[in-house]
Design a protein around this ligand. Sequence first.
Ligand SMILES: C[S@@+](CC[C@H](N)C(=O)[O-])C[C@H]1O[C@@H](n2cnc3c(N)ncnc32)[C@H](O)[C@@H]1O
Length: 358
Amino acid sequence: MEAALYDPRGGFYATGGAAGRHGDFVTSPEVGPLFGQLVGRALDRWWSDLGRPDPFVVVEAGAGRGALARSVLSGSPASASSLRYLMVERSEALRARHADHLDVVGPAFAFGPPLPDDDDDGPGAATADGPVVVSLSDLPSVDGPVIVLANELLDNLAFRVLERGPDGWLEVRAAAATGNSTAIVELLVPADERLAAYADRLVTDVPVGARIPVQDAAAGWLRRALDTAGRGGRVVLIDYAATSTMLAHRTWTDWLRTYAGHERGGHPFERLGAQDITADVCVDQLARVRPLTTDRTQAEWLTDLGIEELVDEGRRIWTERAHLGDLDAMRARSRITEAEALLDPNGLGAFRVLEWET
Ligand SMILES: C[S@@+](CC[C@H](N)C(=O)[O-])C[C@H]1O[C@@H](n2cnc3c(N)ncnc32)[C@H](O)[C@@H]1O
């Protein structure tokens, strides 16, 4: 999975795979600007709770081509002038698109060069007017408190797959098919003791043949993100999520999915590098890293942030301006359909918003 998604020469994300209408799947920021506008409201709340720090550091991990950053900033949040918005994206191809629509500066400029203060206390950090936007390949090491935000990142981090055998846990591995040098087949090997013991702690009483993902890369990433957030910061992860027990009782092809060009793909070993590979994020595995502060649905979170109010405003503008058919009228109408998608209880609305206050 690691190579299929991220190999610099052939990996899905390294060679053009992406979220978006012209990409391979649609995520909340790619539905339209409404999601980013609401994330901007959340940022303003957290900024206020922190006592309106300047700089106010926000790290968006797995930023893709930068759609969320773009709509957060176009919504002109109150915290904008203090904002240091650090986009973190592993794919070089996607990072290259960050400057297409955003004024991106080098990391050295994010916090301004030291400038002489008016008083005699020596040099202080320049408080250049924000927002300042930076594009990075990995989580930064910056002074906290930091807000670390990620939409649909953890479901894309490589996981192991374990299968319950008659005598214990087996690990599902990838192996070259004999006699055919290009095909890859499943190879079941006894899981090592540590892994098997971990699986036993995650799920009990599962039928033979049941499979679960072991999301150790996601857990490791969360540890680093909590560190980056620092004291008083926050990690907020938005994703499709479940528990290990729930997944053990579902058919594995239902929770381990592949996508390409807006269609479900085939077995994850097929068309390596040409399809996305993903799985529901196991909240219980993340909670073992650190217990969550809150876990709610995206619909609940967006409602709390005032999505209904923005939709009502959209309806009013549409009613007043529909006969003009101008850009404002079109934007207002689009806001209504975007909200339906973002709140859909059978789709994006059912995603979980997982928060850790640090
Ligand atoms: C499903 S896409 C989501 C993109 C965007 N957040 C959105 O919602 O449209 C996941 C993104 O995370 C990136 N990614 C994967 N591992 C990463 C890591 N360790 N650090 C930063 N980005 C990563 C991938 O390259 C990909 O662009």
